[in-house]
Design a protein. Structure first.
Ligand code: R5P
Length: 288
């Protein structure tokens, strides 16, 4: 059965339809002091339970709900518990960049493993290398081919090129480009003089072409907006932005549009108005 967390109601429903399985929704209330109350209204004893809860904003709140659901499912006698966190929070703080920093991703992994799910499924985690923190089996799926298929079939693109926001996104851009049929590239910073740094595509000239900027996360939009400015200056035709996880803090979507982004295409790992592509078939396939 699917246990659909409050951060992923639509995705949980889609997943239960894909798998033709029962969807259980937890009863969640709040105590007057702010603490969270959770009740799982159903027979879980001996069942295989898939707990679906994304860890997008508000991350800390969503994490607490996930921990309570996982532990309750196990405690109520579930035979197997699979944890699906479509967006894994704190994954960008996966190492100590400065002395003394917390390795937050590692802490979150420890907390989740403490309530003992049998395995975990996530999507496009920021860095594959951070999967080393898990000791339970973990599957990191990628939504890039799904995004590519959607973009290729729904947008009328002229001479398209897919560009990763940075070198880390080159592989992602490649996977999207394989579905669309255009080339791919990524943006690099070049130091022209000791004080002047420019950002430009590594090898491709975007002039007259439709460009799809690809990233794992769009959070403040800073990375995409910088890319849009550079590509517009190069004479790109229409510029689109695609990502797996539309974190989109505050007025980011508005800022992206104002900067000249024609359309933002994302998945439902975090449920937003731009979540045009569902990752339900991907998760269903992995669960099967
Ligand atoms: C960073 O390495 C990530 O891949 C994204 O580029 C970044 O998290 C996007 O954040 P923002 O939208 O705030 O620029």
């Amino acid at each position: 059965m699917i246990l659909g967390g409050p951060a992923s109601p639509k995705l949980s429903k889609r997943l239960s339809l894909e798998l033709h399985t029962f969807l259980l929704t937890p009863e969640i209330k709040r105590f007057p002091d702010g603490e969270i109350y959770i009740r799982l209204p159903g027979e879980l004893k001996g069942k295989e339970v898939v707990v679906v809860q994304s860890l997008g904003p508000p991350q800390n709140e969503n994490l607490m709900v996930l921990l309570l659901m996982l532990d309750a499912a196990r405690d109520l006698g579930a035979k197997k518990v699979v944890c699906v966190t479509p967006y894994f929070c704190y994954a960008r703080q996966d190492k100590r960049f400065k002395p003394g920093e917390a390795i937050s991703m590692k802490t979150i992994v420890k907390l989740i493993e403490e309530v003992a799910p049998d395995e975990l499924i996530t999507i496009d985690i920021h860095e594959d290398s951070s999967l080393r923190y898990f000791s339970i089996p973990v599957k990191n799926l990628t939504a890039m081919p799904l995004l590519g298929k959607f973009i290729g079939s729904r947008l009328r693109l002229k001479n398209p090129v897919v560009i990763g926001g940075d070198q880390g996104s080159e592989e992602r851009a490649k996977k999207v480009a394989e579905e669309i049929g255009g080339g791919h590239d990524y943006l690099v910073k070049r130091r022209i003089t000791p004080t002047k740094v420019t950002v430009e595509p590594k090898k491709i000239d975007a002039k007259g072409r439709d460009v799809i900027i690809v990233d794992d996360i769009i959070s403040t939009g800073g990375t995409v907006i910088k890319a849009v400015k550079v590509l517009s200056r190069q004479g790109a035709r229409n510029i689109y932005a695609a990502c797996t996880h539309p974190v989109l803090v505050g007025k980011t979507l508005e800022k992206l549009r104002k900067a000249g982004t024609r359309k933002v295409i994302a998945t439902d790992t975090i449920e937003r108005e731009v979540s045009l592509v569902s990752v339900a078939p991907l998760i269903a396939q992995a669960l099967r």
